[in-house]
Design a protein around this ligand. Structure first.
Ligand SMILES: NC(=O)c1ccc[n+]([C@@H]2O[C@H](COP(=O)([O-])OP(=O)(O)OC[C@H]3O[C@@H](n4cnc5c(N)ncnc54)[C@H](O)[C@@H]3O)[C@@H](O)[C@H]2O)c1
Length: 254
């Protein structure tokens, strides 16, 4: 029996974080770099205030998406934290529905898939024992009346995680997803405002309600998700692939 109680060390690993300017992305960058990894970060924002080499790409632009894939071929990541995403709400009876569907599927599924594919190709070429970490959501496990497109994109993330994990298993590349529950990030300002509009609530009310409804009794923090990402990035999780781990305080029982 071997027993490895050494603290997690990501020295020598190259990690790519998408959606790095957001709450969970910024925390992942901070955790990976504090543990010794070389971190590359991307987002749509002009600047990034974190310990990483940063490039701006708008993942809804085909030119930028292909630029991002070319960048991946240069930097050859061992770890992908595939995190960029958009949230929106609306009823299926809304006339503007397909515009919203294109945007959400554009970032959350199309760009997500292209980036995962570019990393997978690079890992196979380099014979790296890579780890791909996809950001799903508790919303990917159950539909919601006013959140149909977002839920569908996150269900797609879970499905692509399973298929890609099986395709890459012969190469010893691991692919897993994290399904956060309710995590206190800038995305929640948007989510809360949309629920206020659609469910006629006070600003801040939905955020309060969802926190209280978590079995552990409060919203998670970006660091809660980043710590699970560190585990998936490291050899501590070497026998774990094709899984979706809930970081949700007990919200979803699998
Ligand atoms: N916060 C939560 O409660 C929660 C719950 C479940 C799942 N998630 C998932 O976790 C991940 C991170 O969420 P977060 O809460 O940190 O959100 P966030 O909004 O703080 O971060 C998302 C990032 O994605 C980037 N992004 C969006 N569109 C882009 C585009 N066109 N091009 C490039 N970048 C773009 C944004 O600029 C942003 O920085 C997402 O995949 C989200 O769906 C979050």
């Amino acid at each position: 029996m071997t027993f490895n109680a050494a603290p997690t060390d990501l020295t020598g690993k190259v990690c790519l974080v998408t959606g790095a300017s957001g709450g969970i992305g910024a925390s992942a960058v901070a955790h990976f770099s504090a543990l010794g990894a070389t971190v590359y970060a991307t987002d749509i924002t002009d600047a990034f205030d974190g310990a990483a080499t940063y490039k701006r790409f708008d993942l809804l632009s085909d030119d930028d998406l292909s630029g991002c894939c070319d960048w991946i071929a240069e930097i050859k990541p061992d770890v992908l934290f595939n995190n960029a995403a958009l949230f929106a709400m609306g009823s299926v009876l809304d006339a503007g529905d397909l515009v919203q569907q294109d945007k959400l599927f554009g970032v959350n599924v199309r760009a997500f898939y292209a980036i995962m594919q570019a990393c997978a190709k690079s890992m196979v070429e380099q014979k790296q024992l890579g780890s791909i970490i996809n950001l799903a959501s508790q919303a990917g496990h159950r539909g919601e009346a006013l959140v149909a497109h977002y839920c569908a994109t996150k269900a797609a993330v879970i499905s692509y995680t399973q298929s890609t994990a099986l395709a890459l298993a012969p190469h010893k590349i691991r692919v897993n997803a994290i399904s956060p529950g309710v995590i206190d990030t800038p995305m929640w300002a948007t989510v809360d405002a949309l629920f206020a509009k659609f469910e006629n609530k006070e600003i801040g009310q939905k955020k309060c309600e969802v926190g209280e409804a978590v079995p552990l009794g409060y919203m998670g923090s970006p660091d809660d998700v980043a710590r699970a990402a560190v585990f998936l990035a490291s050899e501590q999780s070497s026998y774990l692939t094709a899984q979706t781990i809930g970081v949700d305080g007990g919200n979803v029982l699998r």
